[in-house]
Design a protein around this ligand. Structure first.
Ligand code: ASP
Length: 318
């Protein structure tokens, strides 16, 4: 029952606890989800979001994020390199401009003009993240040359036989419904580890990593962004709820679409969370859901009964 905060992965309590606290103090769902995402972005021990995120193939960190309340209330930034908090900056894009999305150096400049404190490229890249990148770039066994075509010099045949996938990606998506029955979502990531520089995944793209419509519901995705982008994953889940699907039916169908339309490799994983639209007077709220293509994914849920980290309610390929 609302109020409630639902986020991706087992680091969810880092997001949910301050988000819940903000909502308990009367903050809106939008305030809460941004406070939650910001807490994860500021935690240098989480190496897939914000400070401490693993860098791209060139060794530089870039951050993506978005926020949404409704089709006419969305903001996004991609490829930030000097600021740690894409979701808070995305909110400013939504509230202070007529646009939805800013990217690259101009997004960094916008953040600067808006008074955010730059942490700088060096501040985003922790010693741990730099060491992981150095291991990756120096060890051909860990470099999937096919994936980084054009960025990494081609391997000889012997090296190719030894090479293996080495992916790391875990976006924080935070969905909330507040006491007034209003939905909001935030999504933040450093993207796929060692990505081709300039690559932007699903997370900051409205309708892919996150979609919220007060009339239909909210959904968010984590995992291989390219799979989500090919299916407009979050938009699809919300549209299914608009047509009457329950949250678990909606996310299961959106994930099934991925399994049907892509040839999945053993490393491919996508997980989704969803909240039903606010209840109308006299109606019972439609609830929430969490599902994944493969095992190994957890969500974090916080409501009046406290915060719990739990495995997905449904795994498509157990
Ligand atoms: N979806 C993110 C991306 O592809 C990464 C993740 O969620 O793990 O950039």
């Amino acid at each position: 029952m609302p109020p409630l905060i639902l986020s991706t992965w087992s680091f969810g309590p880092v997001a949910n606890n301050p988000a819940w606290e903000a909502m308990s103090r009367g903050g809106s769902a939008l305030d809460a989800v941004i406070i939650g995402a910001t807490a994860v972005e500021n935690d240098p021990t989480i190496n897939s979001v914000g400070i401490g995120g693993l860098p791209d193939a060139s060794g530089r960190v870039s951050l993506d994020g978005c926020v949404m309340e409704n089709p006419d209330r969305a903001g996004s930034v991609a490829c930030l390199r000097r600021f740690a908090n894409p979701c808070a900056i995305a909110r400013r894009v939504m509230e202070r401009t007529i646009h939805v999305m800013l990217v690259g150096e101009d997004a960094d400049r916008f953040a600067e003009r808006e008074g955010f404190a730059p942490i700088g490229e060096k501040g985003l890249l922790t010693d741990y993240a730099r060491a992981e990148w150095e291991k990756w770039i120096n060890d051909p066994r860990h470099v999937d040359r096919e994936k980084y075509r054009g960025w990494i010099p081609p391997l000889n045949v012997e090296e190719k036989a030894r090479s293996g996938p080495n992916q790391s990606h875990d976006t924080v998506c935070v969905l909330g419904i507040d006491g007034a029955g209003r939905l909001a979502g935030a999504c933040s990531t450093s993207g796929m580890a060692f990505k081709v520089p300039g690559r932007v995944g699903d997370s900051p793209i409205i309708g892919h990593g996150l979609y919220v419509d007060q009339e239909a519901g909210a959904a968010a995705a984590t995992g291989n962004g390219e799979l989500v982008m090919g299916t407009c994953g979050s938009f699809l889940a919300v549209e299914l709820m608009r047509l009457g699907a329950t949250p678990i039916e909606a996310v299961s169908e959106a994930l099934t679409r991925i399994t049907k339309r892509f040839k999945l490799g053993p490393d491919h994983q996508v997980a989704m969370i969803a909240l039903a639209r606010p209840a109308k007077p006299g109606e019972q709220w439609g609830g929430w859901a969490s599902a994944a293509i493969r095992p190994g994914y957890s969500h974090t849920i916080t409501d009046a009964a406290g915060t719990r980290v739990e495995p997905a309610q449904r795994v498509l390929m157990p």
